[in-house]
Write a protein that binds this ligand. Sequence first.
Ligand code: ARG
Length: 472
Amino acid sequence: MAQLWGGRFTKETDQLVYQFNASITFDQKFYRQDIEGSIAHVAMLHKQGILTKDEQDQIIEGLTGIREDIENGTLQITEEYEDIHSFVEANLTERIGEAGKKLHTGRSRNDQVALDMRLYTRLEVLYVDELVNDLLKVILKIMEEHLDTYMPGFTHLQKAQPITLAHHMGAYFEMFKRDRLRLKDIYHRMNYCPLGAGALAGTTYPLDRAYTAKLMGFDGPTLNSIDSVADRDYVIEFLSALSTIMMHLSRFSEEVIIWNTNEYQFVEIDDAYSTGSSIMPQKKNPDIAELVRGKTGRVYGALMSILTTMKGLPLAYNKDMQEDKELTFDAIDTVKGCLALFTGMLDTMKFNQARMEQSAKGGFTNATDAADYLVGKGVPFRDAHGIVGRLVLYCIDHQKSLDDMTIEEYQAINPVFDEDIYDAISLETCVNKRLTTGAPGREAMQSVIEACKNYLAHDWQDEDKEERKKDE
Ligand code: ARG
């Protein structure tokens, strides 16, 4: 056991207490951020005349060495330290001696951990955003390829009206686009630096908080030292955005699973993304989609956990807040894995166009259009609705679709029907007459696709980088 706070204590900590209290097994995940924060802190301490140049240089060299040694495997992060902060500081002092003991001047572990967690999640927001962007590119590619792939659109999982695969995919494009917008907002809201808040009330040293904030790419320092160490809103917001991403992925997975069934056969999942059964040789299971759907609960769980942990905490730091890490890390890794695999699965999936079109023809998805046809011939809509109802009944009895009825059959039900009915209710007509913004008609879809391309061409991460360059 190696602790930073032995002075006031006369007895050793009980071993079980020590283990229960320690966080090194999981907070070692942000050793890089801990070192990055310490380097910025030390550079600022020197600039403010609190540390000499020599002390600054020794400390930075020591910290850089620790990072290198962890990365090349010569330095193991061991559980004899309580947390990553203690580990780094103790190791630094071992390496460089007295100067190492000055690192923690004007700092508390409370603002240190607040900084580390923020640096870590900030980076992960960007990684997740990039993965969602990759998914959007694949969705857009499918949209462009399938403007004329007709399929049934569903309500209540019952065939409703004909749409195209491009249109269906376009719905997911919008969802994941909003997910990215959420990540962008969260990034900008969280991008303020808590370092310098100390334990909760700032410090008496003349720290330059704006300087450290700038060194680490923050938009500025946080403005209340209590809030700085007590706030985990950004973790909650991020987990909420991750939960929404999983909800979208899970709905998409559910559709892939249904579409991949023998009954539907709308899609075929690539062999590389399916698995077999140990007993049933005919099986090719959509395990990836099922796992993505299944892991959604785990990410929601992380969100519920931190919401519950935070709800009763008096200001400022309480040890409960150490619980912000494990499930958050797990949720982030889970979502990244799901996004990468889902995108790969979608990119390699084959769409069975003939089967989709056949399905759109059955199920009377063009019944509304047949009624509209009659209205065009002067029949009042209410009567047209009744006539088409009778047509449908006739088709069900004779196991036909509206498209396969002969003109004689049509006319026997109502003489208003003419040869032009076939064109009026063809899938092509049904879809391409729907031209309001956001509808599946070819021209309407084409302008949406342009908008989607335009969205992807203006990446907010790149634009942010440009802005930052201008500032410098
Ligand atoms: N391991 C702690 C955490 O994750 C670091 C902060 C410790 N601060 C304290 N006052 N005990 O929250």
